[in-house]
Design a protein around this ligand. Structure first.
Ligand SMILES: Nc1nc2c(c(=O)[nH]1)N[C@H]1C(S)=C(S)[C@@H](COP(=O)(O)O)O[C@H]1N2
Ligand SMILES: [Mo]
Length: 351
């Protein structure tokens, strides 16, 4: 099989946030599907689309450095995972004062089915030496960053995690059964389930085992929570969150029974409860949540809402995960505006 890739990305369905580099949200209507069509999956890119030479170079503190062509990756055992990917900046526009960064409203999130080789298998083939402790992943994309020097998009993970055969980290070459599109990282990208999107390096070109910590721009300066008390904390797993897909904000409904539904996900364990409030007064009621059959995908929740009174109604949904984490009402403000998992408020008029 040849290393075929889609040559263009169809961007017509997306809600553009920035034209260059291209950044766009998932259109809200597409969020009603359990699996988001590839052309409706949000796109977050720090640089313009790169050229990619079609191989992944695995190097650094390893016994047997290796260059893997796409066909070599396809020859390794393949896994397919359904993964809810969310940008760490999703919901930034809902923080006040507004942090710098792309003003994502709340739909920089989507779910896709990724197929690829397992990162742990690739690392096992190159045999990291005992000195290796960290693994850096470089994309082919680069450019002057914020007026500074030429910078490549690079991230790292601890070798203990990256090399663990029990992890589900993929070098993915298909998305929803099709070759990756350029916007989503063609020909091959990392997919780190449960982590905010920045860990899932697109246009993956180099994997390097290091003997020390990695200190690139996108590891130690971007994608860091800078809390108000001065604490700095790396952005890692997705914070527990529910979204309401039905009804949509601003909908006008007739009195009667309406299905209120949406999704809930968390990077720190399955969602164990979703509660809904329909009166804005803090009266929360538990609703039905689908069991976590896919460990890294959002879970459906729903409830039948009987509404008689013609009036404005305020709907809210709040998720809790197996680790006991619950969504806050107030956005957890940090200087760069990451991880806003505050409870979503949807206002609808019934008349
Ligand atoms: N090489 C590279 N990989 C990258 C990025 C990037 O700018 N360059 N952006 C990251 C961020 S911040 C997110 S949220 C996800 C988005 O993946 P998507 O565009 O396929 O939705 O890609 C990640 N991988
Ligand atoms: Mo992101």
């Amino acid at each position: 099989m040849t290393g075929s890739t889609n040559l263009t990305s169809d961007r017509a369905a997306l809600v553009t946030v920035r034209a260059r580099p291209f950044n766009a949200e998932t259109p809200p209507a597409a969020l009603r599907e359990p699996v988001t069509p590839a052309d409706a999956h949000y796109v977050r890119s720090n640089f313009d689309l790169p050229e990619h030479d079609g191989s992944v170079h695995v190097t650094g503190e390893v016994e047997r450095p290796l260059t893997l062509a796409l066909d070599d990756l396809r020859a390794l055992p393949a896994s397919t995972l359904r993964v809810t990917l969310e940008c760490a900046g999703n919901g930034r526009a809902g923080m006040a004062p507004l942090p710098t960064g792309e003003p994502w409203l709340g739909t920089a999130v989507a779910t896709a089915e990724w197929t690829g080789a397992r990162l742990a298998d690739v690392l096992a083939r190159v045999e990291p030496t005992p000195e290796g402790i960290e693994v850096a992943f470089a994309g082919a994309d680069h450019g002057p960053y914020k007026g500074g020097p030429d910078t490549t998009f690079e991230r790292s993970l601890p070798l203990a995690l990256a090399g663990d055969p029990g992890n589900d980290i993929l070098l993915a070459y298909t998305m929803n059964g099709e070759p990756l599109t350029p916007d989503h990282g063609a020909p091959v990208r990392l997919v780190v389930p449960g982590w905010y999107g920045m860990a899932s390096v697109k246009w993956l070109s180099t994997i390097e085992v290091l003997t020390g910590q990695f200190e690139g721009q996108f590891q130690t300066r971007s994608y860091v929570y800078e809390w108000l008390d001065g604490e700095r904390e790396a952005v890692t797993t997705e914070r527990v969150r529910a979204i309401i897909t039905d009804p949509a904000p601003g909908d006008v409904l007739a009195p009667g029974r309406h299905e209120v539904r949406g999704w809930a996900w968390s990077g720190t364990g399955p969602v164990t409860a979703v509660e809904v409030s329909i009166d804005g007064a803090g009266e929360w009621r538990p609703v039905d949540v689908e069991p976590p059959t896919e460990p890294y995908a959002w879970q459906a929740w729903s409830f039948a809402w009987d509404v008689a009174e013609p009036a404005r109604h305020v709907l809210r949904a709040r998720a809790t995960d197996a680790a006991g984490a619950t969504q806050p009402d107030i956005p957890p403000w940090n200087r760069l505006g990451y991880g806003n998992n505050a409870v979503q408020v949807v206002v609808v008029d019934v008349k």
